[in-house]
Design a protein around this ligand. Structure first.
Ligand code: SF4
Length: 77
């Protein structure tokens, strides 16, 4: 199954030395980017040796939009 195949992770999750024990939230990646295999948008860890070049870097990255949405919902509840 694709979700369990850490070799198919994109971005920094795909380059991360912890991808086999972490892998990031697939639900959050999908909710924020529409790509279930995208990098975890809320992870602050920078994998060793991972330096996205201009072609890899997504300048439209939503950052931690999921957390922002959750905070807005909680503030209004
Ligand atoms: S969420 Fe962070 S720690 Fe986990 S695999 Fe992705 S980059 Fe690595």
């Amino acid at each position: 199954m694709k979700l369990r195949d850490s070799d198919q992770l994109h971005g920094k999750c795909g380059a991360c030395e912890f991808r086999n024990i972490c892998g990031g939230s697939r639900a959050r990646a999908y909710a924020v980017t529409g790509d279930v295999m995208a990098e975890e948008p809320c992870c602050i860890y920078e994998p060793r040796g991972y330096h996205p070049d201009a072609n890899q870097k997504d300048t439209s990255s939503p950052g931690c939009e999921a957390h922002n949405l959750i905070q807005v919902e909680v503030a209004h509840s």
